[in-house]
Write a protein of this length. Structure first.
Length: 160
């Protein structure tokens, strides 16, 4: 009959082998997994424009004040570098005019928007905003500009 020492040594040896087998199995286990997510989109910022009244021929260099706010209504932060005239309206100095004053020569006007402070500006998600300023000048053309008297101008701007 085996001695108590032999049985104890055998039991300890079996326990060590069992623990080593479990530890070995733990460190060599593999697994896989996956998930999907949708990348957000930038969306569009909102450009609010305030154009002061009172242009007249030769009102440069001061013209009338242009000001406004660019606001980010999206769920992501958005960075912008400038506010400028909408290129779709470049041929008309970024302006349109009411139908009653269609003879107003919009190319007589010149728009200047000041650089954004701290450009590029990061607009926080859900309401972050920044302000901008500029001016609209009506240049003296040397020709009769009466068709612009009382005209209602709409200024078209973009933020990018």
């Amino acid at each position: 009959m085996p001695s108590v020492r032999t049985l104890t040594a055998t039991a300890v040896g079996v326990a060590v082998i069992a623990i080593a087998a479990v530890a070995f199995a733990f460190w060599t286990t593999t697994g896989t997994g996956s998930d999907t997510g949708t990348v957000g989109t930038a969306g569009n910022v909102t450009v609010s424009v305030n154009l002061a009244d009172g242009n007249f021929p030769g009102d440069g260099p001061t013209g009338v004040a242009v000001s406004g706010t660019v606001t980010n209504p999206t769920n992501s932060d958005i960075s912008i570098t400038e506010v400028s005239g909408d290129p779709s309206y470049a041929a008309t100095s970024h302006l349109t005019v009411d139908a009653a004053h269609s003879g107003c020569k919009l190319s007589d006007f010149a728009l200047t928007i000041d650089p954004l402070t701290g450009s590029p500006v990061t607009l926080a998600a859900k309401g972050g905003s920044t302000t901008f300023t500029g001016k609209l000048v009506m240049n003296e053309s040397g020709a009769n500009q009466n068709a612009c008297q009382g005209a209602v101008l709409t200024l078209h701007l973009v933020a990018s």
